[in-house]
Design a protein around this ligand. Structure first.
Ligand SMILES: [Zn+2]
Length: 268
């Protein structure tokens, strides 16, 4: 069962802008923030939660596989364009601190008023709302670190169950730590019920990173293993059926071609 199935009948809200840009401050640190004229939009991240988790882990996999900076930057840029910034300001601490000026508002000399958008739940903490403001920015290296940690957690899980008989107890203990690294800072999300035509469970995530960690946790604990690594290219994909082993029919074909070549080579 994919994570989307666990969230059926429930919603959540997050904010994404129509456009983001990469900007550097004079110390050389790069930030990602909404572009000057970008338009904010409230959306439900749970509608597409499986694709969101897959995109985040695949961005992190590029870092683990030491792919080029260009590829990693594109994956992070694509993720942010689709789902918005991940809310690191709330993931890191409960209250904004003076240093947040530099960490999250590097292009301003003050923390702005929180953005007010209709359809954002009135109980949403101020820190979360600050993360929705136009001049809020997230450090690019922190975003990369988050995606890498998410992928590392998933790789640890794959290694533990895929190679259980092959790895020793030290390696198993390392996997257990690796899987749980992402949950250290995540707090338990709040939720409430909205009385619409029928009752709806609304998840009040304090950050998109919290939603991603929770969805990944649900998927890892699922016996049907909805998230898998493609046997040919290693890309993480959502399994459409119980025996799915490839992210794409092209990967299946290539895998079979290489396998039959290897067989022939072995016979000769
Ligand atoms: Zn593949």
């Amino acid at each position: 069962m994919a994570a989307g199935a666990y969230f059926q009948g429930s919603t959540s809200t997050w904010v994404r802008y129509s456009d983001y840009e990469f900007r550097q401050i004079n110390t050389g640190t790069t930030f990602v923030s909404p572009s000057v004229n970008a338009i904010p939009e409230v959306y439900d991240p749970l509608l597409d939660v499986d694709a969101m988790v897959t995109a985040a882990i695949n961005a992190g996999m590029l870092c683990i596989n030491r792919e080029s900076d260009e590829k990693i930057r594109k994956a992070v840029s694509d993720f942010v364009a689709r789902y918005g910034l991940v809310g690191l300001i709330s993931a890191k601490q409960a209250e904004p601190r003076p240093s947040d000026n530099i960490s999250f508002f590097p292009f301003d000399n003050h923390i702005p008023d929180a953005v007010v958008l209709p359809s954002i739940h009135e109980g949403t903490p101020e820190t979360v709302k600050l993360g929705f403001s136009r001049n809020y920015a997230e450090r690019y290296d922190w975003l990369v670190k988050f995606f890498r940690e998410l992928a590392y957690s998933f790789c640890s899980y794959l290694l533990y169950y895929g190679e259980y008989g092959e790895i020793d107890s030290d390696a198993r203990a390392m996997c257990a730590r690796g899987v749980n690294g992402i949950f250290g800072e995540a707090t338990i999300p709040q939720c409430h019920i909205e009385l619409k035509e029928k009752p709806i469970l609304v998840w009040d995530f304090c950050s998109l990173s919290q939603a991603l960690c929770m969805a990944l946790g649900l998927m890892m604990a699922d016996e049907s293993q909805p998230l898998r690594a493609c046997r040919f290219c290693g890309k993480i994909f959502l399994a459409g059926h119980p025996l799915a082993a490839f992210c794409d029919p092209k990967c299946k074909n290539k895998y079979n071609v290489y396998k039959s070549r290897d067989k022939k080579a072995g016979k000769e």
